[in-house]
Ligand binder design. Structure first.
Ligand SMILES: *[C@@H]1O[C@H](CO)[C@@H](O)[C@H](O)[C@H]1NC(C)=O
Ligand SMILES: *[C@@H]1O[C@H](CO)[C@@H](O)[C@H](O)[C@H]1NC(C)=O
Ligand SMILES: CC(=O)N[C@H]1CO[C@H](CO)[C@@H](O)[C@@H]1O
Length: 398
């Protein structure tokens, strides 16, 4: 689809190197914990795994983030078999975590972090997979801020099976009354953006009666693209690795989201991350946003931790803030400004309670979202600003 004229004009108006205003619908982070302890299933809450709490999420909401991906394990949710009943405690905790996120007015991505496998075996039964999704989607039918992510990072699987599993999930979700929520599709080969066009082109054939499919791709910037090293290939590798996927989305009339990305805390990676996010924004006719990998309470000194005080929180939060929906930020950030911004955010007195209240009932502030498909927040703008369509998913107060 084409960028509306207004968006083009605004993009140009803001294209000075010193300032930019994000046109993303979504920008946020993964929130890890419930998928931890994969060698101990079901394992014990608090020992093997943990759910992210409001205290983990709130600093990122205050930084402007509005989407959080919640990984969990299918084996813990439906321990007996894919068609079986949910474990009541794990399901209740998943629902509580989702509610914590959506009560902030943010989107919660429900992410079975299973790589297309169940108890280590590739899932081959599309009807069983559909049954699993019936169980999950039935719990979230009345919350428009929930997004269903069919599965994390299919890999080394038959390509037609990946297509069929995704379609079975879509069909099952829509057969419940969950017809208004977005569904995130993932592909084979770890859903990599850089290999999408050589691997996942058949997924263009997926269909959704509600027409709310988003192609979720992942991209890391180390040499093997695995996200296991803090060394990036080059300062331009980010933009390079997503370029062919951008073209694919456009040529096929699809929309995408970068569901996982990260880079190490160093200059080369920072430039590569900024270059990738700028390229995504330039492609915001097809890219709706991104999610950092990852925040969560148990990351410790993990190279990409976006948990308060973590490596990426200190180094990258100031950079990432510039890409939150409606944000106006200086074009370049350093670790020093990131830390300063993070500190200011933490000690801010007008924090989340204000944000949440405004989202539920009040007026939207200058640059805030005020409409678009699936939007349930305020649609009137603060005095002096007009709710303006950026695209069908995103209206904002200008
Ligand atoms: C699946 O698990 C449920 C209990 O959750 C049980 O009632 C059912 O018989 C199981 N089905 C199969 C095929 O094992
Ligand atoms: C989509 O499906 C059609 C009809 O089955 C098929 O001809 C086409 O090759 C498929 N497209 C892709 C990209 O696989
Ligand atoms: C890059 C990265 O951190 N990937 C992680 C994705 O999630 C799984 C499960 O938590 C981890 O095993 C990977 O290391």
């Amino acid at each position: 689809m084409k960028l509306p004229l207004l968006a083009i004009l605004l993009t140009q108006a803001w294209a000075s190197p010193r300032a930019k205003r994000s046109s993303f619908l979504w920008f946020g982070s993964n929130e890890s914990g419930a998928e931890f302890g994969q060698t101990n299933i079901p394992g014990t809450l608090g020992t093997d795994y943990i759910w992210p709490a409001a205290a983990d999420i709130e600093p990122l909401v205050n930084a402007g983030m509005n989407i959080f991906r919640v990984p969990f394990l299918m084996e813990r949710l439906v321990p007996d078999n894919l068609t079986g009943a949910a474990d009541e405690t794990y399901m209740a905790d998943l629902k509580a975590t989702v509610k914590t996120i959506t009560d902030y007015g943010a989107y919660a991505v429900v992410d079975p972090h299973n790589f297309g496998r169940y108890y280590g075996n590739i899932i081959t039964s599309t009807s069983d997979f559909g049954a699993f999704w019936t169980t999950v989607a039935s719990e979230f039918t009345d919350n428009d801020l929930v997004i269903f992510d069919t599965n994390n990072e299919y890999h080394d699987m038959d390509q037609t099976l990946v297509l069929n599993l995704n379609q079975a999930a879509i069909n099952a979700i829509r057969a419940t009354s969950a017809t208004s929520q977005y569904i995130f599709i993932e592909g084979n080969s770890y859903s990599g953006a850089w290999t999408w066009t050589t691997t996942n082109t058949n997924l263009a054939n997926l269909t959704d009666p509600s027409d709310k499919l988003i192609y979720e791709m992942h991209q890391y910037l180390d040499s093997d693209g695995s996200g296991t090293s803090s060394t990036c290939v080059s300062s331009t590798i980010g933009a390079e690795r997503i370029a062919s996927a951008t073209t694919w989305l456009r040529e096929n009339g699809k929309l995408g989201v970068l569901g996982e990305f990260a880079g190490g805390a160093n200059d080369v990676c920072e430039e590569a991350v900024v270059g990738m996010l700028d390229a995504l924004e330039e492609g915001s006719d097809v890219w709706l946003g991104g999610m950092w990998w990852s925040a969560g309470p148990w990351w410790g000194d993990y190279i990409f931790s976006l948990e308060t005080g973590g490596t990426a929180y200190e180094y990258y939060l100031g950079v990432l803030e510039g890409y939150t929906p409606g944000a106006v930020a200086t074009g370049s950030s350093t670790s020093a400004t990131a830390t300063a911004t993070a500190t200011a955010t933490k000690t801010s007195t007008t924090s989340v309670s204000t944000t949440a209240a405004a989202t539920a009932t009040g007026t939207a502030a200058h640059y805030a979202q005020c409409g678009g498909d699936g939007w349930t927040g305020p649609t009137t703008c603060a005095a002096g600003y007009t709710c303006t369509e950026m695209n069908e998913w995103y209206w904002q107060c200008l």
